[in-house]
Ligand binder design. Structure first.
Ligand code: HEC
Ligand code: HEC
Length: 385
């Protein structure tokens, strides 16, 4: 008997790696990339389902696709003309939105849009870089019950350890709320939602959750809105529910990366706990089925202080709030030299910790106070995850 689940995952992997193509102007084809996009496939930004490359050239221009420029207003809307992303690629006949370069001020990346094709950004639009994260194992976050995550919240810091943390809640039409689990700001409760957003904003493809075939083109971008799209004549999205489901099955099936050294480093793990890293980077969370997910996150938003803050917040997440970044798989990010933190600014674990402020200020101070030897040991432990 065929293993249907295994087959779905294999097809999902192929779809994750598939380069989508533009819709031809006449025939019905199962595609419709763009008109505005910033990659042709999921794997262009998440190669091997791992983190994207965040290197910049001498002019500060990203060399690969692992960094995107997010555009947002404090009410959660995008720019009235450019939408939620500065897409860096376009189809012939549709004006390009532009590109961006990144300069640094005191180590902090400052993105600057270049060659904007539709005039300046709106005065109320904020910009921020986002790095394409590791995906292996992250789908398992769907298995953690809401109650488990809610039990870790401590918004009033009742235990007095300086670490608060709160779940990001999204109201659902059926009533009640769901917890945001995916993205640097926990902005999606489900893998399907995160995948639909990637199809809309990064690839310009519609899905049952986001039916607009023009992706992130706004009404002000008329050539983009009028360009040929994939088969939407019968109200069908360019990307069917079945395709989204298989990609989700692939993401769910990706195993949590194992630490590179099999010798369990009890001393490193002890330092990780004693320094207070584990207060947010929970080594494992229990799942509904009785297992655990060892991703090193609590899935909660924490105020990380001014140094990591975006220029502004959005509804449900303030400027300085970020979901505890899962640390499982960090060794591959370091090996590939993918920058750490939401905008890829940190080259290694010590640099990432040096940006920890706000609720993590205590942990950072304890980290700085460790003997050189213990600090090395803790860094090695985290670098091998
Ligand atoms: C242009 C680059 C790009 C492309 C293409 C892209 N992604 Fe992403 N992906 C990102 C970035 C950047 C983030 C972080 C977004 C955020 O939090 O603001 C992300 C986040 C994610 C996450 C959340 C991971 C976590 O830790 O919570 C998942 C899952 C994901 N992407 C899946 C996909 C899938 C599936 C596709 C293809 C349909 C895709 N991505 C295409 C850049 C990309
Ligand atoms: C108050 C909660 C909190 C504590 C305590 C904390 N972290 Fe973090 N950590 C975070 C959050 C949130 C992020 C994501 C921040 C961002 O990207 O802007 C993060 C990101 C990181 C990253 C980058 C991961 C990646 O994939 O980009 C590393 C490495 C890291 N933390 C290590 C540590 C270590 C080591 C300690 C202990 C010395 C520690 N953290 C303590 C919340 C915390």
């Amino acid at each position: 008997m065929a293993d249907d689940a295994g087959l779905d995952r294999a097809i999902g992997k192929a779809l994750f790696e598939r380069p989508w193509v533009p819709a031809p102007s006449s025939t019905r084809a199962n595609d419709g990339l763009g008109p505005l996009f910033d990659a042709r496939s999921c794997s262009a930004c998440h190669p091997g389902a791992g983190p994207g490359a965040t290197r910049l050239d001498a002019q500060g221009v990203p060399e690969e696709l692992g960094l995107v420029l997010s555009l947002f207003r404090t009410d959660g809307a995008g720019d009235p003309v450019y939408g939620h992303r500065l897409e860096t690629m376009t189809l012939p006949g549709v004006p390009a939105e532009g590109t961006f370069r990144v300069t640094t001020e005191n180590g902090r990346p400052m993105p600057q849009p270049q060659a904007l094709g539709y005039g300046p950004l709106d005065a109320a639009t904020h910009i921020s870089l986002r790095a394409a994260p590791e995906l292996r194992g992250r789908g398992r976050l769907e298995l953690v019950p809401d109650a488990t995550i809610l039990a870790l919240e401590d918004p009033d810091d009742r235990d007095g350890d300086g670490v608060r943390g709160r779940a990001r809640r999204f109201e659902v039409p059926e009533g009640g709320s769901r917890i945001g689990r995916f993205g640097w700001k926990a902005s999606h409760p489900t893998l399907a939602g995160q995948t639909a957003e990637a199809f809309a904003l990064d690839l310009g493809l519609s899905t049952p959750l986001r039916m607009e075939p023009w992706g992130d083109c706004t009404e002000a971008q008329t050539q983009c809105r009028n360009a040929p799209h994939g088969p939407d004549a019968e109200g069908e999205p360019e990307i069917s529910a079945a395709i989204v489901e298989r990609i989700v099955a692939y993401l769910r099936g990706l195993k949590v990366p194992e630490p590179t050294s099999d010798a369990a480093d009890a001393r490193g793990a002890g330092l990780f706990a004693a320094t207070g890293c584990a207060a947010c980077h929970r080594p494992a969370l229990p799942t509904a089925g009785g297992g655990t997910v060892a991703l090193f996150t609590d899935v909660l938003l924490h105020d990380m202080g001014e140094g990591l803050a975006d220029p502004a917040g959005v509804p449900g997440a303030s400027a300085a709030e970020w979901r505890t970044a899962p640390l499982a798989g960090l060794s591959r990010a370091l090996e590939k030299r993918a920058g750490l933190l939401h905008d890829g600014r940190a080259a290694d674990v010590a640099a990432a910790v040096s940006w920890h402020g706000g609720e993590a200020a205590g942990a950072r101070a304890r980290f700085d106070a460790l003997s050189g030897r213990d600090r090395r040991r803790l860094i090695d432990y985290v670098s091998r995850l």
